[in-house]
Design a protein around this ligand. Sequence first.
Ligand code: PGA
Length: 249
Amino acid sequence: MRNKIVAGNWKMNNDANQTEVFLNNLIKQSFNNNVKVMVSPSFTNLQKSVIILLDSEIEAIAQNMNESEKGAYTGEISPSMLKSVGVNRVILGHSERKAHYNENDQILNKKIKNALKNKIGIIFCFGEEINNRNSKKEFKVVESQLSNTLLNIHESDWNNIILAYEPVWAIGTGENATAKQAQEMHSFVRNWIKINYDKKISEMVPIIYGGSVKPNNALEIFSQPDVDGGLIGGASLKIDDFVEIINSF
Ligand code: PGA
């Protein structure tokens, strides 16, 4: 049985006070069994969040991390910095980082390896753009993203990997992938892992979906056999919506 996961991608939202209020409210909520809940406060609020969430099952994760272990990289955050404040997982490869900060597959491959080497788990995002889908190249594009970033990972490190299929055209647009489109891609990705690693790993890796997941579509998307949960942007900032999505399982 794979883990069910609902992770909030807060992006550049929630200041110190808003983070505190949100999380103090979130820990009072009751969730359906067996769903792993994660939130991703900004770097400035991570340590505080870890402390607030200490007695809960909710995990505070980071939104980014540098590809190097330390050094002259002004403004960047290293794996040991995250670990030193109790953060053990990071979102990597989000399309907004590709679009605005020039992250490419080569950099992402280094970031993935840096995280895994330092025992930081990852939620690794990938997904096609609308023109790829319109020209029926979505599988080809995703395959290339996976081949450029996820080959040569040590088999034991797959325990620390969550994959997130996030079609770029669905992020923040209100236009989600249909449950069928998500299932097709997740199944394709699982098969890619089976071919390039093995069946056991392919069956164990959680693959979550992100892109305009809302309370009214979460149940249908999450009930697909290869969809193990969601990476939630806008709706993770509203506590009632976020809790409803978590309890869609
Ligand atoms: P959205 O964002 O839910 O607002 O579409 C998803 C994401 O960016 O991970």
